[in-house]
Ligand binder design. Sequence first.
Ligand code: UDP
Ligand code: MG
Length: 310
Amino acid sequence: MSLLSIVLPAYNEEDMILKSAKVITKLLQTHKIPIEIIYVNDGSRDGTWQAIQQASIELPNVKGICLSRNFGKEAAILAGLKYATGDCAIVIDCDLQHPPEKMIEMYHFWQEGFDIVEGVKASRGNEGMLHKLFAKSFYALINRATGFDMERSSDFKLLDRKVIDAYLNLPERKLFFRALSFWLGFNSTTLEFHVQERETGQTKWSYLSLAKYAMTNITSFSTAPMQLVTIVGLLFFIFASILGFQSLLNFARGESLEGFTTVILLLLGVGSVIMMSLGIIGYYIAKIYEETRQRPRYIISETSIKDQKL
Ligand code: UDP
Ligand code: MG
């Protein structure tokens, strides 16, 4: 049987580590699938790392990687995949909101020859109105930018070894796990699941962090906001031509002293559009700057894996 690596990013999840490790181990043992479980502690402030170390002592196939600070879920997933030695790997949240039973079906799909098995949300679970609205508009934008419909997609996925290698070899610093498996191509299929309620702890996403996440991912997939600047500029040019023509006409007729309100409105309008445009361009320049610095995507401070170099 082929080895399955299970990667679980964990940020302040001390209560969930041992619990999820036991649930997963038991489940896969009954289905006789050989596994390794890799927890990535994403700079947690609570006892998550201690819990992971404890779990790796109690259960022989649990491994732990500790990042030096909170690098975010994307980086944690990447670190986990980097250390995965299996023929395929499943990325799953360690709060058990992704139903572990589905991993069995994913594995069977993989055995049938699929390279990527996407977990898609049959329902979005319990989320607030505002959260739903944000999520909807974010995915609408992403959909337009990339041409992929990702509204129901999640980070719960199975990847074949060759997909993992392709993913790890992507040079960019900022990655968007959910979308890159679309971009990578390969032979993929989807599997529906219902998002479970969180048992303990709370979601790590605030509105601010969600907004940042949205900005980063939209701009990493699309330059449409920059083109928007050109379009707005064009519209203003047309408007300005008409107004310019009218002003000239007024001047010729000797009625040119009026229209002070128009001047003020124009100044304010043009000013704010220029500011916003600079902001958008600045955002892309910042991204270029970040990518060219070539900083590592995460830093590992320690691992529970013996005789393996950091
Ligand atoms: N997570 C992480 N780093 C972070 C935020 C979250 O590794 O900076 C992990 C978290 O421990 C969990 C998963 O990502 O296993 C999903 O996070 P969460 O449950 O907070 O998100 P939600 O399910 O609400 O989308
Ligand atoms: Mg969750």
